[in-house]
Design a protein around this ligand. Structure first.
Ligand code: GUN
Length: 290
């Protein structure tokens, strides 16, 4: 079994990006600038946004975090998005999800200028991805593809089962895995809560991508010998033995499943850092496009 080490790969990507930023500076151009909007103070979201700011500092990007109160109105948030769309100093921005229940997430995503949509969530970005046109690929699916690329994992002709059909992970990664590219060219099954015979289906997967948000859902009996398993899940569960009071648990029963895999990603240090690295890649692209 080999670990798909997202910490290692993302550090490599940050090094590559930093070299490009150094070249931008040497040309006397403006360095990339990423903004993140954080509504409320959900612990996990606070954490992600803090990491994103740290990543930006490491590669030499400018970054801005905009903190808004959890009771901000939808209209006020739309105004903030319009302000960021118009701000020439900002190359790209993200609105950290999830948003409070009284705000319609789709309305906010639709308001983001596709040229600044470094999350790759807008219909324009998703549509371009579907058609194989140049675009901002959404960060987590692209981070998974980057892991396959860097570990030279053969995907062509393989059966890839994706568990979970969310707009930000399951659905887009199923598209990327099936398109005529490398990585890609897999035969993809997108499984979800209504899928029948899920365990049997998972056992037929050469590549299993799990993004359903149910802790340790995938057990060893659901995995074929030699499979490649990517665990996107990251749920905080209380843990008194930790200083933070919680630990992150994945969607895969890692300790038991790992024995059966050729490659597996670990919850901490797998897909998460790759998502952040993809966001940096998209921000660099946004800067260079402008
Ligand atoms: N929440 C969980 N993952 C993401 C992400 O990739 N982007 C944003 N904006 N919010 C998230």
């Amino acid at each position: 079994m080999q670990l798909l080490d997202g910490n290692f790969c993302s550090a490599e990507i940050r090094k590559e990006i930093k070299q490009q930023v150094d070249a931008i500076k040497a040309r006397g151009e403006r360095v990339p600038h990423l903004a993140a909007v954080l509504v409320g103070n959900d612990g996990a979201s606070e954490n992600y946004v803090a990491f994103k700011a740290k990543d930006c500092a490491e590669v030499g990007f400018d970054s801005t975090t905009i903190r808004l109160s959890a009771d901000i109105s939808e209209q006020e948030l739309l105004e903030k998005v319009a302000e960021l769309n118009a701000d020439a100093a900002i190359d790209g921005f993200i609105v950290q999800l999830p948003l409070p229940k009284h705000i319609d997430t789709n309305k906010i995503i639709l308001a983001i200028d596709p040229n600044k949509d470094v999350d790759g969530f807008s219909p324009v970005s998703v549509g371009n991805m579907l058609l194989g046109l140049p675009t901002f690929l959404s960060a987590t699916p692209n981070g998974i593809m980057e892991l396959f690329r860097r570990y030279q994992i053969e995907t062509e002709g393989k059966h890839c089962v994706v568990l979970g059909r969310s707009n930000i992970v399951g659905t887009p990664v199923s598209v990327l895995m099936s398109r005529n590219a490398n990585p890609g060219n897999a035969t993809v099954t997108l499984a979800h809560s209504r899928t029948r015979n899920l365990a049997e289906l998972c056992r037929s997967a050469d590549i299993l991508i799990v993004a359903i948000g149910k802790t340790e859902f995938v057990t060893a009996d659901m995995v074929k010998d030699g499979a490649v398993v990517v665990d996107v899940g990251q749920t905080r569960v209380p843990d008194a033995s930790k200083k933070s009071g919680f630990r992150n648990v994945g969607d895969v029963d890692f300790d038991n499943v790992k024995e059966k895999c050729s490659f597996i990603s670990y919850t901490n240090g797998g897909v998460g850092p790759m998502t952040r690295a993809s966001l940096l890649q998209n921000t660099l692209k946004a800067n260079q496009r402008r």
